[in-house]
Design a protein around this ligand. Structure first.
Ligand code: CMC
Length: 432
């Protein structure tokens, strides 16, 4: 196989090196393209662009394969906990027992929020979107940190533990504020996820009883969301981090990128769509018809993916969890039946088949969150808590790579050519 690609443009021939990832995927290295030819590479949405080298997560979209640090996602179905996976992603290998104990202890020790930080919540309107609060509070948390650009591994681990621990407290406080409920402080006796459920659902006079099956389901949901290579929010974290912005500012930017309905916000949009069908007036068939009609501007939410052209393995696992949770809680949700119907219709429809559109991670997650009692506007916050270790891992990887450059894409300019300034009294009135 050739180790370079030859490109001829406008009479200039250049040889561009070919790189291969550790699982074989080839990439043409165009770092010298503009210098050698004067041409830019045009790739809106970056669908063809590898923006970095990364050793964290591998996806084979054609075969529906996802691996964290080489480990297939399916192997996380029963054994490890989210904290262990977070450590794996950030530090590149599975932790030893003392390392995991130490990291868990750091999470426990850092669960509280500085009282000064807690008072920030009072400034938000009660109906403020929790994703806005989460982003603002992560950034505010940065004001309480000092040296978080340190390349010292121990200091970095401490900062990562503080961020992972406090983000869950921030999320719980945002929920309590929206509900007008008193803040519940973290309980050091509880593990990571149980503590989050406690802070969200306990009352000062009534301790929330942790159901181990719910804790296990949330554990797996967080693991499934923990990283997904260069998705929009992770690419944002790396983009912001490339200017040497600190970890907290970079993660806050990641939350904002995740918020949109084409990314993490899809888990809310899916439930809105299923509820609209459930209310009546719109059938699953109508929804499929609208999704296929380009003039409608509507998409089947929770379907399709930039990389997966096969079943998203996370969606398969989430569908299984949803079945387990509903059986365990002995509950039914009409939205689950509607989701299954929509899925079956889409998978049998040539429009979706030809475009290789399958359910993604957001299709079933919201239904599980609902069953657990998490309100819809907190769904994307749950995604953010799960994705945080991935963001931290990418921030660290980029920070540790020698010779890193600021992310600074170019553009194909389409504005006016050279134009002279016209004084205001000589400007013609706008047409119409
Ligand atoms: N419903 C209907 N048509 C779709 C959908 C959909 N959900 N997704 C893609 N298509 C069509 C699209 O119109 C295009 O058709 P054509 O070739 O005729 O122009 C074709 O499929 C390719 O789509 P694309 O827009 O080029 O795909 P993309 O890689 O730019 O977008 C996506 C990926 C996930 C944004 C998109 O599939 C989508 O909008 N899905 C719905 C929102 C969603 O579920 N987002 C969650 C993504 S996964 C987890 C996450 O990131 O949070």
């Amino acid at each position: 196989m050739s180790d370079h690609a030859t490109l001829t443009v406008n009479g200039i021939t250049v040889e561009l090196p070919i790189l291969r990832g550790s699982c074989g995927e080839p990439a043409i290295d165009i770092t010298t393209l503009t210098a050698q030819t004067g041409y830019l590479a045009y790739d809106p949405g970056f669908g063809n662009t590898a923006s970095c080298r990364s050793a964290i997560t591998w996806i084979d979209g054609d075969h529906g394969i996802l691996r964290y640090r080489g480990i297939p996602i399916e192997q996380f179905a029963t054994k490890p906990n989210f904290v262990e996976v977070a450590w794996l992603l950030i530090f590149g290998r599975l932790p030893t027992t003392p390392e995991l104990k130490d990291f868990s202890a750091k999470l426990t020790a850092n669960a509280h929020l500085h009282e000064g930080l807690r008072h920030h919540f009072e400034g938000f309107p009660v109906d403020a979107p929790p994703m806005a609060i989460l982003s603002a509070m992560i950034n505010a948390k940065g004001c309480f940190e000092d040296d978080f650009l340190s390349s010292d591994d121990q200091q970095f681990e401490d900062a990562a533990a503080r961020l992972i621990s406090k983000v869950r407290t921030i999320a719980a406080y945002a929920y309590r504020r929206a509900k007008g409920l008193p803040v519940i402080y973290p309980d050091p006796k509880l593990r990571y996820i149980a503590n989050m459920l406690h802070m969200m659902f306990s009352m000062p006079y009534d301790q929330y009883v942790i159901d181990p099956d719910i804790e296990a389901a949330l554990n797996l949901i967080f693991i499934l969301h923990a990283d997904h290579e260069q998705n929009c929010s992770t690419a944002t974290v790396r983009m912001v981090g490339s200017s040497h912005a600190n970890l907290f500012a970079s993660a806050a930017a990641g939350v904002c990128a995740l918020w949109g309905p084409l990314h993490g916000g899809a888990n809310v949009a899916v439930i809105d769509m299923l509820e609209a069908i459930h209310r009546g007036g719109l059938s699953p068939e109508d929804v499929i018809r609208r999704a296929k009609d380009k003039s409608s501007g509507f998409r089947l939410m929770g379907f399709g993916h930039r990389v997966y052209k096969n079943y998203d393995p996370r969606a398969t696992m989430l569908r299984d969890i949803s079945e387990r949770i509903f059986t365990k809680l002995n509950r039914q949700d009409p939205l689950l039946d509607i989701a299954r119907k929509l899925e079956a219709l889409a998978l049998a429809d040539p429009y979706f088949v030809e475009r290789r559109l399958y359910p993604n991670v957001d299709f079933y997650s919201g239904i599980i969150f609902r069953a657990i009692g998490i309100p819809t506007d907190m769904f994307t916050v749950m995604f953010a808590i799960g994705r945080l270790p991935g963001w931290i891992a990418h921030w660290k990887e980029q920070h540790d790579q020698p010779g890193g450059r600021i992310a600074r894409p170019r553009q194909v300019y389409t504005g006016p050519d050279l134009t002279n300034y016209t004084p205001i009294d000589q400007r013609p009135a706008p047409a119409g």
